[in-house]
Write a protein that binds this ligand. Structure first.
Ligand code: PMP
Length: 293
């Protein structure tokens, strides 16, 4: 967040400090809304098509009218990026059901509240890439619609704080003994040279990096297996990784204070990290090529 940040609220661009929503906004009252976070590299939104598709899907799941068509969303993101000086940014978009007298059931004839901002994308510390991050295990105490990228994030907030309190960067959560995900990231297990991925069901958010890692594994010839993953397969993994829009893919080298595998980033992580960097470069180069044509 910076002083010069310009944000978008309900059709208008304004300085962040001037953006206001009424207290009866259902986002404030009920957490009734969805959001997206998309990285921007070299001023080009990365995998925006997929982020947009997920936003549309989530709005549909909550029966909130999509306030814009695909071109409108893309135009909004491009306009926000253009208003800021940073080459690498991350765009945050939030849509709530709108402002209405407080009542749980959906109000009729209410316009969704649309908010969007873009911030400088913090570079990933070299130490995290070279040494990995520490995590703790936690029971997944969230609701049963974790596939919805809901702004109601209390379960995720409490899980992340438990990790921070334990001196860790992220948590690795289990529901009934099966791996789900982190508080704000997907978690990947490497065993015998294969990447294991928890099923894309209602118990995890399917990150935009889910499909990306699957594609990178295919391109790299790394087997990618989607199936329920038991706790002991995680605690005895050769490698663990996490992924998110702002963290890309990171090695998890400590779990509950114990080393993961050899305790250093492993060979599968290194290959996927390199492939990820190439995918970023290709996205920027492709956009530059399009602009030159
Ligand atoms: N799971 C949760 C709970 C998240 O908050 C995130 C981050 N948005 C992810 C997974 C990773 O998703 P993405 O790759 O789209 O950032």
């Amino acid at each position: 967040m910076t002083d010069e940040q310009i944000v978008y609220l309900n059709g208008e661009f304004m300085p962040l400090a001037e953006a206001r929503v009424p207290v009866l906004d259902r986002g404030f009252i009920f957490g009734d809304g969805v959001y997206e976070v998309a990285p921007v590299y070299g001023r080009v939104p990365f995998r925006w098509t997929q982020h947009h598709a997920r936003l549309v899907r989530n709005l549909g799941k909550l029966r909130i009218d999509d306030p814009m068509d695909a071109a409108g969303w893309r135009g909004l993101v491009d306009a926000l990026v253009a208003r800021h000086p940073w080459d690498d940014q991350f765009v945050y978009v939030q849509v709530t059901r709108g402002v209405a007298k407080r009542d749980h059931a959906f109000p009729k004839g209410v316009r969704p509240t649309v908010f969007a901002m873009s911030s400088p994308l913090p570079p990933i510390p070299a130490e995290q890439i070279e040494l990995g991050v520490a995590t703790i295990t936690l029971p997944d105490e969230r609701w049963l619609h974790c596939d919805i990228k809901s702004i109601s994030l209390l379960g995720n907030v409490l899980a992340r704080q438990a990790a921070v309190d334990a001196g860790a960067a992220e948590c690795v959560m289990f529901r009934d003994g099966w791996l789900t995900e982190g508080s704000s990231s997907n978690v990947w297990v490497v065993r015998d040279g294969r990447v294991l991925a928890p099923p894309r069901d209602n118990l995890i958010l399917e990150g935009i990096r889910y499909g990306l890692l699957e594609a990178l594994c295919a391109a790299e010839g790394v087997p990618f297996e989607v199936r329920p993953i038991a706790r002991d397969e995680v605690t005895s993994a050769d490698e663990l990784m996490l992924s998110s829009a702002t963290k890309e893919v990171l090695p998890i080298t400590r779990l509950d204070g114990r080393p993961v595998g050899a305790g250093v980033p492993g060979p599968v992580y290194r290959r996927l990290h390199a492939a990820y960097q190439r995918a970023k470069a290709a996205s920027t180069a492709e956009a530059a090529g399009r602009a030159a044509r």
